[in-house]
Design a protein around this ligand. Structure first.
Ligand SMILES: [Fe+2]
Ligand SMILES: [Fe+2]
Length: 277
């Protein structure tokens, strides 16, 4: 199962003309499948893909890791340019999502497309709420059980329903899992379920313990020192060959991971980075 993962959108860029943009998007080539995992928040997907020689017209399916703007912002522009596609996502991505800001204000950080808008452009949203094999050896986790006591969603997230506000636990957060012959490859958008919960669920569902790579945002940028410490201790005890972190990991957490787990294991991702397994 030959796999190539190329980072198309990430907060940081190593060189011009590649653009850094708050968000995440990666192209996943696995055997004959060409998948777009998330889309970033605005237009960087298109200019970065052009600069990297990635032909987005060849993308067969879109996977949405969760319903936040920085992962869904380029879905409609993509459909407009390249036509309808299957969009795999948890049905919870369309919640009306807000984040509390200082001074009592709220910011809409929700999904930047509706099911109806996607349908109008010829796309089909395929609901994924449980562990699902989408191609041989390629899985979507669906909702990830929250088991560890030290992990949380990573922010003051709320959603609105019929005028009432509720804490948003991001049940739609899911990872892409590739059951590679040499170990698991896990791709996560923001890891709102917690990186350890995500790893544990993937290991449990496949019965495999060796992880070739965990790639994505980890949402450790808001982690307490205790959470960070416990996460690092757990990672030390796991067979994880590469941790390729970025987006909402934050500088401090990435530096801690690098220092404590070593430069052989921890890589800070940036736009244009490509990983072959
Ligand atoms: Fe994010
Ligand atoms: Fe997020």
């Amino acid at each position: 199962m030959d796999t190539v993962i190329k980072v198309l959108v990430e907060n940081t860029t190593p060189r011009s003309p590649l653009l850094g943009e708050y968000g995440f998007s990666a192209q996943v080539l696995v055997d004959q499948h060409n998948i777009l995992f998330d889309t970033g928040s605005q237009a960087a997907l298109f200019s970065n893909s052009a600069a990297l020689g990635v032909d987005l017209s060849q993308v067969q399916d879109i996977i949405i890791s969760h319903g936040h703007y920085d992962h869904t912002g380029a879905v409609l522009p993509f459909l407009e340019k390249y036509g309808g596609r299957n969009i795999y996502a948890h049905p919870g991505i369309f919640a009306h999502r807000l984040v509390d800001l200082p001074g009592g204000k709220q910011l809409d950080i929700g999904c930047r497309f509706t099911k109806e808008e996607a349908a109008r452009m010829g796309a089909r949203v395929i609901p994924i709420d449980g562990f699902t094999e989408i191609y041989p050896g390629v899985y979507l986790t669906g909702e990830i059980p929250r088991v560890t006591e030290y992990e949380d969603v990573g922010g003051n997230f709320v959603y609105e329903k019929e005028g009432q506000f509720y804490p948003d636990l991001l049940p739609d957060d899911m990872a892409l899992l590739i059951d590679h012959r040499e170990g698991l490859i896990i791709l996560s958008g923001c890891s709102h379920s917690g990186m350890i919960n995500t790893l544990d669920y993937c290991r449990q569902q496949t019965g495999r313990t060796r992880v070739l790579a965990y790639i994505g945002g980890t949402h450790l940028m808001t982690a307490s020192p205790l959470r960070l410490e416990k996460t690092i201790e757990a990672l030390k005890s796991y067979e994880v060959e590469k941790l390729i972190v970025g987006h909402c990991t934050g500088f401090y957490a990435a530096a801690q991971l690098y220092n404590r787990l070593g430069g052989q294991r921890v890589i800070k991702m940036e736009v244009g980075a490509s990983f072959t397994f």
